[in-house]
Every structure is written in structure tokens, then in C-alpha cells.
Ligand binder design. Sequence first.
Ligand SMILES: C[S@@+](CC[C@H](N)C(=O)[O-])C[C@H]1O[C@@H](n2cnc3c(N)ncnc32)[C@H](O)[C@@H]1O
Length: 267
Amino acid sequence: MSKPELAPQIEHFYSQVIDENDRLAMSADGRLELVRTQEILRRYLPAAPARVLDVGGGTGVHARWLVEDGYEVELIDPVLRHVEQATNVCHADLGDARDLNSPDDSFDVVQVLGPLYHLPDAKDRKTALSEARRVAKPGGLVAAAAINRYSSLFEHVTYAHLQTERLQTAVSKILSTAVHDGKGFTLAYFHRADELAEEMRDAGLIGVEVFGVEGPAWSLLKAVEQSGTAPSEEMVASALTAARMAEPYPELLAASSHLLAVGRVPE
Ligand SMILES: C[S@@+](CC[C@H](N)C(=O)[O-])C[C@H]1O[C@@H](n2cnc3c(N)ncnc32)[C@H](O)[C@@H]1O
């Protein structure tokens, strides 16, 4: 497929600034994100083997465990570096969440774990979720991740950054506008939980539920790592327990770093 249109700052960030392959392995909160994403998705996935499309699948971090679980996974991502790494895991190709190359009704599961982070325009997010619904079979599962609106506040307080005017201004801007386009990250959109649920329903999905992925203690893990020590096993286990205990309380959705929504295509 030809190269998709991607904002240059997003292309630069993933091609040259960070190694996305390490993101969920190299920090305690990254490992918490991986474990929680797995355990939430496994509650909804059909029995393997089933066909999964991993949209914006990056280097194949989630595709890897899905393949190991027996699923037939295809991955698309607009960043060439990611696609090259993901081909070691599953079939992978260049592609854009807003214009999927697959036929209607062709996958049992479509997961969109990342593209919504980088689509600040509501029309683009609607197109991406509608494309996911289109290529999922009737009754199929669509899962979509978002960055929480409040995550930058929790993150930067752990770095003791909020006493600097630059970071205070940047975080306040994310809180009030939901968009970041500057230092430290790249062009990004930060969702509220009810907004993500609404966007899933607007794309024609039913039975929508939204989960807080990391729960209320992820930034404590970050703070410990920031001080130069690894969090203890007990602390990591406690943060995981806190994420599970928070699930029944929608007001605690705001405390997670990421949100994960699931919904179904009407039969
Ligand atoms: C934070 S990474 C997440 C990767 C992986 N899915 C995960 O959950 O660990 C965000 C991913 O979204 C991809 N992405 C950004 N804009 C996209 C778009 N318009 N369509 C599809 N993927 C996109 C990026 O290239 C990147 O791989």
C-alpha cells in the first residue's frame, strides 16, 4: 500500500524520537498497561482461532500475545519503522485507521489501540471508529483505547514539573483544550471517558463499556522510578489490585492513564 498521510510531527516522533517497541516493557506503568489491556480484552475476545485486525498496532506488542493465544492477526500502521518490526510477529502493512483497506464484515475483532491518541479532529476519530465497525463482522468486537484527559496532570506531578511555568501552562492547556502539540510528546488528543463511549456509540457500536486501564496508582509507580529505584513487587502488585478494585466505580475512570472501550457491531 502507498504511504498514508500522517502529520509530520507524529511520523518524526515514532520514527526518530521513541522506540515504541520498548514502551510497554521498559517501565512499571507500561507493564501495568500491558497486563490490564490483556486481561480486559480477554474477557471479550471470541475463542481462538478468530481473525483480529490490529489498527495502529505499532511494532506488534499486542499482536504478539494474540498470536500466541491462537488468533490470526493482521496489523496496519502508518509508520514504516513499526510495520517493519511488526512483520516479525504477524502479517503487517502500512495503513491508516481512517481508510482501512479491508472488505466489509471481514474480522471477528478490530482493535484500535493508539490511533485515537493522534486524531485531534473529531471527524477523523469518527471516521476511524466507523471504519473499524465496517470491517468487523456483525456481532464482532471493536476495542478502542484513548489517553485520559487528566493523565498529563498525574504524570507531570510525579516528575515534580508543575512548579515550572512551561509545564504548568502545557498541562493546563491539555486540561482545557484536550489537545497537545509540542515538546515531550507529539500531536495528541486526550479523551474523557464519557466522550469515548459517545464516540463508540456514534460510530454505530452497541453494548459499549469503558474501562480505566492502569487504575489510580500508575503515577506512584512512575514517581518511584523517577527517583531512581525500581518499584517493589508488592507495590506493582498493589497498583494492579487497585486498578481491578476501581473498575466498578465510574468516577475513578478519570484516574487512569489510558481508557479502553469495547463495543459490538449490531447483528
Ligand atoms: C502509542 S502507539 C500504540 C501502539 C500499540 N497499538 C499499543 O497499544 O501498544 C500509537 C500507534 O498509533 C499509530 N497511529 C497514529 N496515527 C494513526 C492513524 N491515523 N492510523 C493508524 N495508526 C495510527 C502510531 O503509528 C502508533 O503505532
